[in-house]
Design a protein. Structure first.
Length: 531
């Protein structure tokens, strides 16, 4: 009878992840992510360092009001300062007063850091570790001990490194988490070091890897294979420098690739990993990483005609897992390199794939437009609208009669430019004519605002659509300022993310074309005419 070993997933997105360049979570963001992680079944959520700033302090007050079903919140902090008792140390008291059921204490492993950074005696560092853990345990807290720079420290002085984690064990730590803080350790070194230190401990070990050598995921998996019971990391691998182990990839590999491990037992689990990944990207105001393993938009995207033909027959011939297992979806990309298989696969959902003449027309039109600078592989929504047009099922939701964009500046540029857009539209062919003005932070934002004002009375559901990304690419750069540009707009609502494209010598016109496609796709989607 086979037995399965439960691996704890410890998320530190809210603390270690927030140290990544450009990442900043509001208090509300942190509470929302906490609830989402609990919903999926993550075991531990590190909320922050309650002594470091007012936001983290308040988080630990507010998080008590959340109705968490499984996850336990952890407060992070450092060992006591030298020359002061733990019971008098402000950091220790802040951890205790956070009322978090678990305190994660980080201490120095590497003798270099002890003598040259902390500038304390090696024996004093051991006392700092032991006293800090013991104080919090005596106060009724469970304690996880993060052994900082563990692998570098063990390489430099294995005897002393071992003494530091033994000191945490003596203080009452529940688990020793070995940290590859510099992210420079190789998998075989992780295994050798953990095997050596586990023989000197009576309590289990965990792993916390940084990604400076692009090895954080494999190092975490290697640690699990040699006995680690807990993996610390962040959603999407965000974090300082090159980031942390990506718990999305760790979870998917443990559940779907490895044998004998159980994760996310107490929540909605694997099937919502893609949603979780994009949710965190949104709250962090970061662009999605399209080629991210398992959950990226390109993770199961197929472009070559031969590949698509094979996938249509046997999906796993070019896919390592069923994308639905992680909440993702298969995508067939369309470009001038596409064959008939791509077009058939893309149009199957509209039940048009039986019309061979239409398939040939679509392929010819795609190749014609791409020769003009269009690209549909990153603008699937525009492709879906193109299919409707060629199939004769496209009825425009509105017709452009006129638009104008003005940018006013003063002579000495002492005040920011004022951008104003005017649009005149006819709604639904025979509907009313609307003439609206909008201001914005630039021409495209002003056009978008004017468009929405004109369309809102007829299509109030547009309020649920927002811009995620806007990209401009010069196509024929040899033409200088007269070159064509390609604009790709990415939009989202609560159900879907979609991209559209426009091409013109005029960047505003190219943007208008992409923007109109984005709005029309939203309206058709809400009516069930596109997917």
């Amino acid at each position: 009878m086979s037995t399965s070993k439960t691996i704890q997933l410890y998320d530190t997105t809210l603390r270690d992840g927030s140290q990544g360049e450009g990442v900043n979570f509001s208090l509300q963001d942190k509470l929302l992510i906490t609830s989402k992680l609990d919903e999926l079944g993550f075991d531990f959520i590190e909320g922050g360092y309650p002594l470091s700033n007012e936001k983290d302090f308040e988080y630990f007050q507010r998080v008590r009001d959340l109705d968490l079903k499984h996850a336990l919140v952890c407060a992070f902090g450092m060992t006591r300062r030298r020359g002061i008792g733990a019971e008098e140390d402000t950091g220790m008291l802040a951890l205790r007063d956070s009322m978090a059921p678990i305190c994660t204490v980080v201490g120095k492993t590497w003798d270099l850091h002890v003598t040259e950074v902390l500038r304390v005696d090696l024996q004093e560092n051991l006392a700092m570790i032991r006293d800090s853990v013991a104080f919090l345990v005596a106060e009724g807290r469970r304690v996880f001990y993060d052994a900082e720079h563990f692998f570098d420290g063990f390489r430099a002085n294995p005897e002393y490194a071992t003494k530091t984690v033994q000191a945490a064990q003596e203080g009452g730590a529940e688990i020793i988490v070995c940290c590859d803080t510099n992210g420079g350790t190789l998998p075989e070194q992780v295994v050798a070091t953990l095997n050596a230190v586990r023989s000197e401990l009576k309590i289990p070990v965990g792993i916390h890897c940084h990604n400076d050598c692009d090895l954080a995921t494999i190092n975490s998996l290697a640690a699990v294979d040699c006995g680690a019971v807990q993996v610390q990391g962040t959603i999407n691998g965000i974090g300082e420098r090159c980031g942390n182990a990506d718990l999305i990839a760790v979870a998917a590999n443990l559940a779907l690739k490895k044998q004998g491990y159980t994760i996310l037992e107490h929540g909605s689990g694997l099937g919502h990993l893609t949603d979780l990944s994009r949710y965190v990207y949104e709250l962090a105001n970061m662009n999605f990483r399209s080629n991210q393993a398992f959950v990226g938009r390109s993770a199961f995207a197929h472009k070559g005609g031969m590949h698509v033909h094979a996938v249509n027959r046997i999906a796993h011939s070019y896919e390592h897992i069923n994308p639905e297992l992680v909440g993702n979806e298969r995508r067939v990309l369309v470009s001038e390199l596409s064959g008939r298989s791509n077009i058939v696969a893309k149009t199957t959902k509209y039940k048009l794939d039986h019309d061979s003449d239409l398939m040939a027309s679509i392929l010819a039109k795609v190749q014609e437009l791409e020769s003009e600078g269009y690209q549909f592989e990153a603008a699937e929504a525009s492709f879906d609208l193109l299919v409707k047009k060629l199939a004769g099922s496209y009825e425009p939701k509105f017709q452009r009669l006129h638009y104008r964009v003005n940018v006013d500046t003063d002579s000495d540029m002492s005040t920011p430019p004022i951008t104003e857009a005017t649009v005149k539209l006819k709604i639904n062919g025979d509907g009313p004519v609307r003439h609206e003005v909008g201001e914005g932070d630039g021409p495209i934002n002003a056009l978008d605002n004017a468009l929405r004002k004109a369309l809102a009375p007829t299509y109030p559901n547009l309020s649920g659509m927002h811009l995620v990304d806007y990209k401009v690419r010069v196509i024929n750069s040899t033409e200088g300022t007269a070159a064509k540009v390609r604009v790709v707009i990415e939009c989202a609502d609560e159900q879907k993310v979609w991209s559209t494209v426009g091409v013109s010598e005029n960047v505003i016109e190219a943007s208008w074309l992409a923007l109109v496609d984005a709005i029309e796709f939203k309206l058709f989607k809400d009516e069930g005419e596109v997917e």
